[in-house]
Design a protein around this ligand. Structure first.
Ligand code: FAD
Length: 421
């Protein structure tokens, strides 16, 4: 019987591992609770009506259709029997010789889980369409609201967290207010919207060099966004937020609050800790060995956002797609080497740089000593994201849709779905 590789999770890490095992003499089972691979870096475009869900997702079966040694299972892994080398699904089980766990991470409300309902985060297609619904509904409500203060609250949007996702969301909100909806309403002027981006540290994009944070802030301000740095959201309710800055707390009436702060690892990290003795960090990520395995279990690898790999810089590698993709490829390489009776050098991340976009024609790019901002950075961002869209169909569709949006200022997927009567 061929060596059985079970991969849990068809995100960037799991999918790239599966693709890299295509011609290996192994039998691969990829298990995901979704039947599709999601291109998360473009989720904010779905959340703001620029793209439709189908344009940023590809069915896993389709992506892996030519990998004849690979089967795809739709199922949720809930437990692990490490001694007998089995993963337990909600509705079955699968045996393995090598297990690759790549179930990612989600958002974290720092102990305020009740905020989740009031301030959705952006991680899944459902999150994106829910955020889209809230943004568009806010304008509909404002249009029919006679009371000025209430109308102002409907036209106030607070984004919590000034990392790349928060900046992308806030920038897109600025465009919606100033360009996309410009001619659409009769009783309100969408350009009167207040868009606040609340960030705890003293600058937006704190993981970028300070000069690029400053450029990003300038671009945000041009789009009508007010960055509120050095500030913490201390309360959220149906009608607004409380923001503490310095020693003062300000109450802001806002009917739309979006969450882009805090990351928590997938619950499978805890399962690995309980069943296989894996060590976890404070965010619940699994601390992995230099070859991405867990201590005492060379047959179990953890990759992508779920892994804490600190062997290269002394700090965990960032939770970004290139880390996940490279770890996926490395995991496949390690499996091949072992089967050939050889060893592999430790995993090494090749950091090609970081990008964040702010609206339709500005971005910042950090390539080590080279920092780019503005239109050129945005073109780079566009190129990189199109290149990495998994399937050609999607790539072409997204490109056409983007080009259309770019020239018309339109966002054609402005649909309010799952509307409450
Ligand atoms: C809004 C947003 C924007 C981002 N923008 C960027 C960007 O611009 N550039 C960048 O480099 N990175 C970006 N990232 C980060 C990047 O998307 C992640 O680093 C990357 O997706 C991690 O890949 P992964 O495979 O570890 O996890 P994921 O891609 O999250 O995949 C995890 C998979 O596991 C499946 N799964 C989870 N639990 C189970 C279970 N119990 N059983 C079965 N299946 C399970 C999920 O359905 C999912 O398919 C962004 C992330 C978000 C959320």
């Amino acid at each position: 019987m061929a060596h059985r590789v079970v991969i849990v999770g068809g995100g960037f890490a799991g999918l790239y591992a599966a693709k890299a095992l295509r011609s290996a003499p192994v039998s691969v089972t990829l298990i995901d609770r979704r039947n599709f691979h999601l291109f998360q870096p473009l989720l904010y475009q779905v959340a703001t009506g620029g793209l439709s869900p189908g344009e940023i997702a590809s069915p896993l079966r389709f992506v892996l259709r030519w990998s004849k040694n690979t089967e795809v299972l739709l199922g949720e892994v809930v437990d692990l029997d490490a001694a007998n080398r089995r993963v337990i699904l909600r509705d079955g089980e699968a045996g393995f010789d090598t297990l690759i766990v790549a179930t990612g991470a989600s958002h974290h409300y720092f102990g305020n889980d009740q905020w989740e309902r009031l301030a959705p985060g952006l991680k899944t297609i459902e999150d994106a369409t829910e955020i889209r619904r809230r943004i568009l509904l806010a304008y509909e409500k404002a249009e029919r609201e006679p009371d000025e203060e209430s109308r102002r609250a409907w036209l106030t949007f607070v984004v919590v967290g000034g990392g790349p996702t928060g900046v992308e969301l806030a920038g897109a909100l600025g465009e919606i207010a100033n360009d996309t909806l410009r001619h659409d309403f009769r009783h309100i002027n969408p350009a009167d919207s207040r868009i606040l981006l609340v960030e705890g540290t003293d600058r937006v994009l704190p993981a970028f060099p300070p000069d690029l944070s400053a450029k990003a802030e300038e671009s945000l301000v041009r789009l009508g966004v007010r960055p509120v740095t050095g500030a913490m959201v201390t309360a959220i309710d149906e009608s607004g937020v409380a923001v503490r800055r310095g020693g003062e707390t300000e109450r802001i009436g806002a009917r739309t609050v979006l969450w882009a702060a805090g990351v928590e690892a997938s619950p499978l990290g805890r399962v690995l800790a309980e069943r296989a003795g894996a060590q976890l960090d404070r965010a619940g990520r699994v601390i992995v060995e230099p070859d991405l395995t867990i201590a005492e279990h060379p047959e179990i690898l953890v990759i992508g956002d779920l892994a804490n790999f600190s062997h290269q810089t002394g700090k965990p590698l960032p939770g970004v797609a290139p880390v996940a993709m490279q770890q996926g490829r490395y995991a496949a390489h390690l499996v091949r080497k072992r089967l050939a009776g050889e060893s592999a050098p430790p995993f090494h991340y090749w950091d090609k740089g970081s990008l964040a976009t702010i609206g339709r024609a500005a971005a910042v790019a950090d390539f080590g000593r080279i920092h780019i901002s503005g239109y050129v950075a945005w073109l780079t961002w566009l190129f990189v994201h199109l290149m990495y869209l998994v399937e050609f169909d999607n790539r072409l569709l997204v490109f056409i849709q983007w080009a259309y949006n770019y020239f018309t200022f339109n966002r054609g997927a402005r649909l309010i779905t799952r509307n409450q009567p």
